[in-house]
Design a protein around this ligand. Structure first.
Ligand code: S3P
Length: 451
């Protein structure tokens, strides 16, 4: 988090009428990280339009600069990256500060694993509690060595030092958890490794790494099999610089989308939202709950499917959310819990054990916050059951601890739009990791911010 903003920043949103208007959301966080990383490994100039300028992506850019890439933001808002070439990463002089960003940490560990350099990773209190064993295990098999800090429950956590091996050993790895970060870490390590690196994912996760690696010219194939998706990357790759247009982040669009669904009379358009099927699960679930969401002007931008989303206030009905869709909406559950609280009937969400190791334990933190706002819910080991309040304004009247988690903060800010008494998020600063203009965008739609 930006040290210039050391004091906590409470936030409440309210509205006296419907939300209305047309907005855009910032660039996709997952794609932005990957654009910087692959640009930094290509020889020549990569141009990036629409990059998310949130703290997480800036942490990735700072780390790639520390390892030799030239990365600059131009006055028109486009970014230029001059890469060092696969195999060309330099040893950073100081520890790499990843802030709040698990994606930066896990993907960069993959990149470094096959370079002959040593790097130390540090992060904030949230990131320093998150498990790194999931990438340490496969990257160790490829030859990298690690010194991690023992954490709660036997976890391997930050601060952590990695020493890469060059040449590393190619690996065929079946993902034990449905994680795009683990998949990507292994594939990125494979870039500078002789031979084929193979990742088998029994459950499909977001495929931005595969799309972008292929776009940069890596030899990558994807085959469907009874074991799942088999991704094969030919090592010692040469990446060609690209012009990348980053679509709007569906995980950020989720907040105005649910806000419009739960505030009576609302009618909004969210432009330029990524609708990659490996990310669009929330739209499908909200539609199944009765949400009036129309995809307009569907198109392909920079190799990713994109649409404008027309969203109108809707009477939502609770459903049983299919657990097999969880990876395609894993970051959207906190705001789905809010939609469920505003529905008629009960919504059952399971298969979510991964939510416990995100920026916070999102099942437990959301359950506590919902209960404080007068919403009946039952916490399960792997999910949450939410008893909807029928669409009438929720009791509210609580201050909720965001626990250094941007999506918790935005979720309860949105709940406040349909509450009888003000809901305060204790600290809105983490929102800057993924959606620096969140409050301004909600104000454009007609919400009032109280800080
Ligand atoms: C991400 C993958 C997901 C997601 C995270 C971004 C990525 O994490 O929650 O916000 O960019 O690869 P997991 O890999 O832990 O599922």
């Amino acid at each position: 988090m930006n040290p210039a903003s050391a004091a906590t920043q409470p936030l409440s949103l309210s509205t006296s009428g419907p939300l209305a208007g047309t907005v855009t959301v910032p660039g996709d966080k997952s794609i932005s990280h990957r654009a910087i990383m692959l640009g930094a490994l290509a020889v020549g100039e990569t141009r990036i339009t629409g990059l998310l300028e949130g703290e997480d992506v800036l942490a990735t850019a700072a780390a790639m600069r520390a390892m030799g890439a030239e990365i600059e933001r131009r006055n028109d808002g486009d970014w230029r990256v001059h890469g060092v070439g696969v195999g060309g990463l330099l040893q950073p002089r100081t520890a790499l500060d990843m802030g709040n960003s698990g994606t930066s940490t896990r993907l960069l560990l993959g990149l470094i694993a096959s370079h002959p350099i040593t790097a130390t990773f540090i992060g904030d209190a949230s990131l320093s509690g998150r498990p790194m064993g999931r990438v340490i295990t496969p990257l160790s098999l490829m030859g990298a060595s690690f010194t991690a800090t023992p954490g709660a429950g036997g976890r391997q956590t930050l601060p952590l030092t990695i020493t890469g091996l060059c040449p590393a050993v190619a690996l065929s790895y079946t993902l034990p958890v449905a994680s795009a970060q683990v998949k990507s870490a292994v594939l990125l390590a494979g870039l500078n490794t002789p031979g084929d690196t193979v990742v088998i994912e029994p459950v499909a996760t977001r495929d931005h790494s595969e799309r972008m690696l292929a776009g940069f010219g890596a030899k990558l194939t994807v085959a469907e099999s009874p074991q799942g998706r088999i991704i094969t990357l030919a090592g010692e790759a040469e990446l060609r610089p690209q012009d990348i247009i980053v679509p709007g982040d569906p995980s950020s669009a989720a907040f105005p989308m649910v806000a419009a669904l739960i505030v009576p009379g609302s009618d909004i358009l969210i432009r330029n939202v990524g609708i990659n099927p490996t990310r669009a699960g929330l739209i499908r679930v909200l539609q199944a709950m009765g949400g009036d969401i129309t995809l307009v002007n569907e198109r392909i931008v920079g190799g990713e499917p994109v649409a404008d989303l027309h969203v109108r206030h809707s009477a939502l009905t609770g459903i049983e959310v299919p657990p097999d869709g969880a990876p395609s909406m894993i970051d959207e559950y906190p705001i789905l819990f809010i939609a469920a609280a505003c529905a008629v009937g009960t919504t059952v969400m399971r298969g979510l054990e991964e939510l416990r190791v995100k920026e916070s334990d999102r099942i437990s933190v959301m359950a506590q916050g919902l209960a404080a706002c007068g919403v009946a819910c039952e916490e399960l080991p792997d999910g949450l059951i939410v008893h909807g309040q029928g669409g009438e304004p929720l009791p509210g009247g609580a201050t909720v601890a965001a626990q250094l988690d941007h999506r918790i903060a935005m979720s309860f800010a949105v709940l406040g739009l349909n509450a009888q008494a003000r809901v305060t998020v204790d600290d809105a600063r983490p929102i800057a990791t993924s959606f620096p203009d969140f409050v301004a965008m909600m104000q454009m739609l007609g919400a009032t911010a109280h800080r």
